[in-house]
Design a protein around this ligand. Structure first.
Ligand code: PGA
Length: 227
């Protein structure tokens, strides 16, 4: 079955020319479904079959300086939007705000990719992961049809360092999220790269990957989307 592979370019690259070059080097036809999430300022000038945003605001329009509206994303044919990434939670995004964003995105038929995770060290993660995920999901998903949501489980300690939990751990968490919250799809994220991805993708309840660093290296990303 096709898995869903989402590229999170974060604040990269720094020019539209490089962004277009990167997008052009990603295979259009891959074994899996592929979504590119470039910086929002580049979205209108990136050509790729499936596009996602890295964030959006919960209001449609008005006096909200610096925000991006779901209607604006819709007008660019954006189909997915990351919400609640740990790098946004670190600068103050709350679960209540995340809940507003999920509601708005669903209203506009943009598929939200809700990022959850915890633990700045593997030890901390082991102790409290399920409790923390529950506390995030209980608020994030309040009043929401979770079957329409994609959840990305990203242990914070695994992001950007090249190490991951075992695929068995990620599978256990994916099963927990699906069985307790009726979530449609669960992805794994956090150093999902050309080395670590095959084992994650082989797990039954892991429906795909959210890839940061390795999505910027076309040669690696093209392998990941074809595993
Ligand atoms: P990484 O980032 O693949 O570079 O660890 C993933 C993410 O933060 O979404």
């Amino acid at each position: 079955m096709k898995k869903l592979i989402i590229a999170n370019w974060k604040l990269n690259p720094t020019t539209i020319k490089d962004a277009q070059k990167l997008a052009a080097s990603v295979f259009r036809r891959a074994k899996n479904t592929v979504v590119l999430c470039p910086p929002s300022i580049f979205l209108s000038q990136i050509k790729y079959p499936h596009l996602g945003a890295q964030d959006c605001f919960w209001q449609e329009k008005g006096a909200y300086t610096g925000q991006t509206s779901p209607l604006q994303l819709k007008s660019l044919k954006v189909e997915y939007c990351l919400v609640g990434h740990s790098e946004r939670r670190q600068i103050g995004e709350t679960d209540i705000q995340i809940n507003f964003k999920l509601r708005t995105l669903l209203d506009h038929k943009i598929t939200p990719v809700l990022c959850i995770g915890y633990g700045t060290t593997p030890e901390e993660d082991d102790l409290a992961v399920v409790d923390i995920l529950r506390s995030q999901l209980d608020v994030d998903l309040q009043g929401i049809d979770a079957s329409k949501i994609v959840v990305a489980y990203e242990p914070v300690w695994a992001i950007g360092i090249g190490k991951t939990p075992t695929s068995e751990h990620a599978e256990k968490i994916a099963l927990f999220i699906k069985s307790k919250y009726n979530v449609g799809k669960v992805l794994y994220g956090g150093s999902a790269n050309v080395m670590t991805s095959p084992a994650m993708l082989a797990e039954r309840h892991i429906d795909g990957l959210l890839v940061g660093g390795d999505s910027l290296i076309a040669e690696h990303f093209n392998k990941i989307i074809n595993f």
